[in-house]
Design a protein around this ligand. Structure first.
Ligand code: MRU
Length: 373
């Protein structure tokens, strides 16, 4: 995606020295566009934990490159164990996004205990790059499948503007490029469909107001910021044609964990007969879970609710209190939208019903083995 007209990915190995991984520091957006260099696995872990990088897809890519840094740091005496330990350490950075463990496990599975340290380092780096490239490719495919849904809505409205509501940031900044929920939106823009996006501000971290609105502006997509509570009202007024959100973890039965507040949008959409779509690459499926209730939900510091950071008129970054000192706050990062409220899932292989047999038919390699005889 473009920043001031220049194309960027959200994470990349430094061109001069691939032992340094560069990321965009999302804590400072949209006030400052700065990058941060990661040179140790600890840097990758902390960048994920502290949300320098965030969004399930990007967390997965950062974990992949974190494994690369771990392989470079691994001592020659016990490098296999050191890399496995680093993988577990990376997995502990955030609990909900499935892509984190998926990327670590995918890389760990490649390592053969008989491999030399040089071979391991080569394998880990190329797999981390492949994970990042596939992430981009999956988003492109999600765009080409999902655009049909926006096109249908446009035709149904006799080619009048299509209003799409999204929650949190499931855009370029949540992936390596393009994004999942935004991919069909960008594809619709490219197809000449008149679109407008309602952007939920997404309290408390404000991924919507700080990231999605900024990202859409960079791409010249018409968008309007709304409070998290406004979506239901706009739906009742006929101002929302469809909802597209992302996912941090989806069970093979179609229950979707996404940023806190997503469930309320799904309820309001159902009450107003508005389609509710979830766009996700298959790396986000948890093939071991059949119940959304079993998805681990992150709890973050209450300070994210009681304070807020923004830019002053002089453009210096300042944090101010939003509540009386000592106020207790509980900060759940995600909620689970049950499959029954999801119209369909948009994946890199196509649009699928949020239901286990449909999901397994689209991804037969993850379907339970049929007993012989
Ligand atoms: O806490 P975050 O910003 O990492 O949460 C991100 C979201 O909930 C996104 O909507 C989600 O990752 C889907 S897009 C990959």
């Amino acid at each position: 995606m473009k920043v001031n007209g220049e194309h960027y990915r959200t994470i990349w190995p430094s061109v001069d020295d691939p032992s340094t991984i560069e990321v965009i520091d999302q804590r400072k957006l949209p006030y400052r566009f700065t990058t941060k260099s990661l040179t140790r696995v600890e840097d990758a872990h902390d960048a994920i934990r502290d949300m320098v990088v965030r969004g399930a897809g990007l967390i997965g890519a950062a974990a992949g490159f974190g494994m690369h840094l771990a392989a470079l740091q691994a001592p020659s005496s016990h490098y296999i164990q050191a890399i496995i330990d680093a993988g577990n350490y990376l997995k502990s950075a955030r609990p909900t996004a499935r892509d984190l463990a998926w990327a670590v496990d995918r890389i760990t599975a490649l390592i053969d205990p008989a491999d030399s340290l040089q071979t391991v380092r080569r394998k880990v780096f190329s797999e981390a790059c492949r994970i990042a490239d596939e992430n981009v490719e999956s988003c492109k495919q999600i765009g080409s499948h999902g655009v049909k849904l926006i096109h249908d809505a446009w035709i149904k409205k006799e080619k009048k503007r299509v209003n799409i509501l999204t929650h949190c940031n499931a855009g370029w900044l949540a992936f390596v490029d393009i994004g999942s929920a935004t991919a069909p939106i960008y594809a619709a823009r490219d197809a000449g469909i008149d679109i407008h996006v309602w952007v939920d501000e997404t309290r408390p971290w404000n991924q919507g107001s700080r990231l999605t609105a900024w990202e859409l502006q960079q791409e010249n997509i018409a968008n309007t910021l709304i409070t998290d509570n406004a979506g239901g009202y706009l739906m009742q007024k006929g101002e929302v044609d469809l909802v597209i959100v992302g996912s941090d973890r989806t069970t093979y039965t179609g229950d979707v964990a996404n940023k806190i507040g997503t469930y309320l949008k799904a309820l309001a959409a159902r009450d107003n007969q508005i389609p509710f779509y979830v766009a996700l690459p298959s790396s986000t499926f948890d093939w071991t879970l059949d119940k959304g209730n079993d998805i681990p939900i992150e709890r973050r510091s209450g300070e994210e609710i009681t304070t807020i950071t923004g830019a002053t008129k002089n453009n210096s970054l300042e944090t101010v209190n939003l509540a009386a000192p000592g106020t207790q706050a509980v900060n759940y990062g995600f909620d689970v939208t049950p499959a029954r409220l999801v119209t369909s899932l948009i994946t890199e292989r196509g649009i699928v019903q949020a239901e286990h047999s449909a999901i397994h038919s689209m991804f037969p390699e993850h379907a339970p083995a049929v007993p012989a005889g």
